[in-house]
Design a protein around this ligand. Structure first.
Ligand code: ADP
Ligand code: MG
Length: 243
């Protein structure tokens, strides 16, 4: 199987000032090429788990390894290999950035803040916008776009890092059916064409793409079920988790 892309062993994360862990003793191994959906009701710890995986939140116990490396020691370098779409990003109408600026921000991990972007960075931005079918939006102000267009730009921003791992936190929230289907099919196409490993948090199970072979269901900060969609999406199991 090779080295797993994600490997969590007994991982517990507690927010500062809190006593109860937001996620508790999580064991999770994701192999290269997997497309995994993370589901569960609001507040069970899905976002916390994603941010613990990419090292934006420090864990209190256990071990987080990505590509075989400890995220605590190698976080900065590892995050360059991860395309992350945070939950509920939306840009106010007057945000003073063009679409291509927003996508270029993804390159700062490589460029460093004090250096200027190079031709390769601008090319990566162009390529990423083309990958998601949004090249025509490059010079539009980000705040003037629809929710679906903004979400595609976020996907382009994630792709501009030329990532191996995609972490997507509810990328379909606040989108209508058409926009959701379009972004879902773009994500699936990128996953397959580029051989990515993809972990997607879904709030609404209608967004589950057919290529998704594994569903992890959380309840109260723990993994409640981890298996193929047929097993995990059983009405009785869902009722127990979403009660
Ligand atoms: N910054 C924070 N400080 C303290 N508690 C938080 C913070 N963010 C989230 N939580 C709590 O941690 C738990 C898990 O939240 P979250 O990971 O956002 O859940 P989900 O993404 O599944 O809705 C919830 O009880 C939430 O209230
Ligand atoms: Mg969340």
């Amino acid at each position: 199987m090779g080295t797993p892309v994600i490997e969590l062993r007994g991982v517990t994360t507690i927010y500062e000032g809190e006593r109860i862990p937001a996620i508790h003793e999580i064991d999770l191994v994701v192999e290269r090429g997997e497309f995994l959906a993370l589901i569960g009701p609001n507040g069970v710890g899905k976002t916390t788990l994603l941010e613990t995986i990419n090292g934006l939140l420090d864990h209190k116990a256990g071990a987080v390894r990505l590509f075989g490396l400890d995220v605590r020691r190698e976080g900065h370098r590892l995050r360059r290999r991860i395309g992350y779409i945070p939950q509920a990003v939306s840009f106010p109408e007057l945000t003073p950035f063009l679409v291509r600026d927003v996508v270029l921000m993804a390159r700062f991990g490589r460029i460093g803040l004090i250096h200027r972007p190079r031709a390769a960075d601008y090319r990566a931005v162009e390529r990423a916008l083309e990958l998601v079918g949004s090249a025509a939006l490059a010079r539009r102000p980000i705040g003037k776009l629809s929710g679906g267009q903004q979400q595609k730009v976020m996907l382009a921003r994630a792709m501009a890092k030329e990532p191996e791992l995609l972490l997507l936190d509810e990328p379909f929230s606040n989108l209508d059916f058409v926009a959701r289907e379009e972004i879902a099919s773009t994500i699936v196409r990128l996953h397959e064409e580029l051989g990515l490993t993809t972990l997607i948090v879904l709030h609404d199970l209608k967004g589950l793409p057919p290529c998704c072979q594994r569903v992890v269901l959380m309840r109260a900060g723990r993994i409640f079920r981890d298996g193929c969609p047929d097993e995990v999406l059983d009405p009785l199991i869902l009722a127990a988790a979403y009660q």
